[in-house]
Each structure stands twice: as C-alpha cells, then as structure tokens.
Design a protein around this ligand. Structure first.
Ligand SMILES: [Zn+2]
Length: 395
C-alpha cells in the first residue's frame, strides 16, 4: 500500500472516515484518488446508505489541492455541498428535461475550475435514473461529454437502482456498488453517535434493514417513530377494515409519507443565515442562496421518495412478521416491539395469504419508483392486500 501524500495512511482515509459499512466502495474510490481517477463514476445502491456523502467526499478528493487531505477549507466546503467547483445536477421533476442537462452539464463542462487552486470541476448527478428523460441528439451529446470530457472535468452519477439507469450511460461509467449496512454496524453507530442503549439501538437497526439514514432518523426524531407506529397500526387494522375505512387508511398513509420536514427546512435555513454573515461580497451571497435553494429542493424530493419506500417497507415488514409468527419463528421477527400484537393477529395456516400480501407490497414499491400517481398506487395496494388476506380461508 502506498503511504504519504493522499495515501491510505494519509488524508484519503480521512475523507471517507464517516462512511459506514461500505468497505469495498470506499476502497475503490480511495484507490482511484491515489492512482488517478477515471472521468465518470456511477455510485449505486439502496437508499439511505450514504451514496451522496461518499460522492461529495470523492469530489473533495478530486478538487482538493493536496489530493484529498480531508481537512482543508476546500475539502470541508465540498463535503458540505458548498464549493463552486462541485456542481449538483438535480432534476426539477421526475425526469431531467433536455434544457436542464444542457444548462448544467454540456454547457458548463468546458469551463475551467472557478477557484484558482482547484484541481478539478466535478458534476454530481443526483438522480441518474432521471436521465431517461433525455433522448435523441442531446442524449448523444451527453454521452460524448461523459466519454471525452475536458481533462479537468469529472462526473459522479448517483442512483438507487442500476437497472433504471440507461445502459449506454452505465457502460461509460465505473460502477461503484453500495450495499445495505449490516445491522451490527448500524446499532454501533446509534450507540456511539446518538447515545442509544444497546437494546434500543438493536431494535432500530433490525427495523431499518440496512438503511442507515432511516435508522438515524428513527433514533433522533420522535416524529419518525410516530410515523412508523401509525403505519404499523394501519397495516394491523387493514384486514378488518371496511371499504370506506380502507380508502381512509390509504389517505392517511399517503399523508404520512408527504408530511413536510419542518426540522430540515429550519436547520438548512439557519445554516444559510450563518453562512451569509461570513460571505465576502454580494456575489458570494447570491451564489450561496442559489445553492441553498438547490440543496433544499433535492433534500425535499429525496425525502418524499424515501418516505414512500419507508411506507412499503413498514407494510412488507408487518405481513412478513405475521408469516413468521404463524410459523413460530418469532426470533426472526423485525418488529420485536410489536410482538404481542403480532401474536394476537397472526392466524396459523395463513402463510400463503401473508406471502401474497408481501408480494403486493413489493410490486407497489417497484411501481412507485416510476412516475405514477402515488395515491392511486397506494389505494390499489391497500385493496389488493385486503383481497389477499380475506380471500384466503382464515380459520
Ligand atoms: Zn483538502
């Protein structure tokens, strides 16, 4: 292993020290910084596993004059998403529009870095799946830019599912895979950083199923725990609900997924106010405001996607738990804090019905990834689960 400037024992390891449970991805990105990076990377893996954190850390390594010291002003600003030589490219809607890509990438890619000591200009495309919206000549132009960018330009694409990214894009990128974070690592993080007891941390780590960010949210926010409880109640009550109650339950579930994030907005706005006080001039203040709007927009979009994923996860978890309890396999249950209710609800011999309910939820999750009407899709899910559970003889 090399050491010294930017080596394994030097700064590069500092850059990624906050990334948990992604040894392979971190090793690939660290080596790229050491030995010379390719021009296009695709970071993909499930939501909540720090892909964006890793993309920003990698970008810091590319921009930093010391090759990724992890400590200088440039490294710090890149990792906070506040460096002018790291552009965040985020679609306004579900798909990128041609003008957005032209404006953000193909138009700017030739520009020299903005700051004198930057070594690179980096474009982070935050939802690479949405590039499906760009077709024809503009798509060819984008592919060509990815293939032969100006020497100082790098692209980092981020996506939840590799199969949803246009294959011609994938083939032009180095693919870096992120994996669900193992439960013991999540539990360790919750104990060390969030001060939870081992028992609480283990329960949340199990429920989060590899999604570190969801686990942290459950650990930190009363509201997140309340949302989970409400969704579990809805899943529990669904088999006995009438038609009107089922529709009301679907409305309630969607409302929970679409709840705003006052904490997030307040926190980010306070952060902006602080930065504005330190800004050198009117131009920098202008830029900071623009970047703030971009970051907030991205976080809110992500939030809605993640909440919809979370909704389906809670439902799938509940019916899988019922199946496990009906089999007598209680040790494998995810929602250990609801074991009593699961015992009361589980009907022995209903395994195929629970299995069908879980399949319904999985299909819903896949549909929600595309540009579908969420209310309609969730309504369908509720009705189909009811069907699956009531058609089966429950005694
Ligand atoms: Zn640095």
């Amino acid at each position: 292993m090399k050491t010294g400037r930017g080596g394994w024992d030097g700064g590069v390891s500092k850059l990624f020290s906050h990334i948990i449970g992604q040894e392979l991805a971190v090793a690939l990105l660290s080596r790229a910084l050491e030995q010379g990076a390719a021009h296009a990377y695709l970071l993909c893996g499930p939501s909540g596993v720090q892909k964006m954190d890793a993309a920003l850390a990698f970008a810091a390594g590319l921009v930093c004059a010391q090759g990724g010291c992890g400590e200088c002003n440039a490294c710090r600003r890149v990792r906070e998403g506040l460096h002018p030589d790291v552009e965040l490219v985020t679609p306004a809607g579900n798909l990128f529009r041609v003008e957005e890509v032209r404006e953000a990438i193909t138009h700017h890619a030739a520009y020299r870095p903005f700051e004198a000591d930057s070594r690179a200009k980096v474009f982070i495309v935050t939802e690479a799946e949405a590039l499906r919206g760009v077709q024809g000549e503009p798509a060819n132009h984008l592919l060509k830019t990815l293939e032969e960018p100006p020497r100082h330009v790098y692209f980092i694409l981020v996506a939840d599912r590799l199969e949803d990214v246009i294959p011609t894009l994938v083939s032009r990128c180095q693919v870096v895979e992120f994996r669900p974070v193992p439960a013991p690592l999540i539990a360790g993080d919750l104990v060390a950083r969030h001060g939870l007891s081992f028992a609480e941390a283990s329960l949340i780590a199990r429920v989060a199923e590899g999604d570190l960010e969801y686990a942290r949210e459950l650990a930190d926010e009363e509201e997140a725990r309340r949302r989970r409880d409400r969704l579990l109640d809805l899943a529990r009550d669904l088999p006995a609900a009438g038609l009107i109650q089922t529709e009301a339950a679907a409305d309630a579930a969607l409302a929970l997924a679409e709840e705003g994030a006052p904490n997030l907005e307040t926190r980010m706005t306070e952060e902006l106010e602080r930065r504005l006080q330190w800004a050198a001039d009117a131009r920098e203040r202008e830029w900071l405001k623009k970047r703030h709007d971009q970051l907030l927009k991205r976080r809110l979009r992500r939030l809605r996607t993640e909440r919809l994923v979370m909704l389906t996860r809670v439902f799938a978890g509940w019916y899988r738990d019922l199946a496990l309890v009906s089999l007598g396999a209680e040790a494998a249950v995810l929602n250990q804090d609801r074991l009593e209710e699961l015992r009361a609800s589980a009907v022995p011999g209903c395994l195929p019905a629970y299995h069908r309910a879980v399949l319904v939820v999985r299909r819903t999750r896949d549909r929600l990834r595309y540009n579908v009407d969420a209310r309609c899709t969730i309504g369908d899910m509720f009705r189909s689960i009811k069907e699956a559970l009531t058609e089966w003889p429950m005694s």
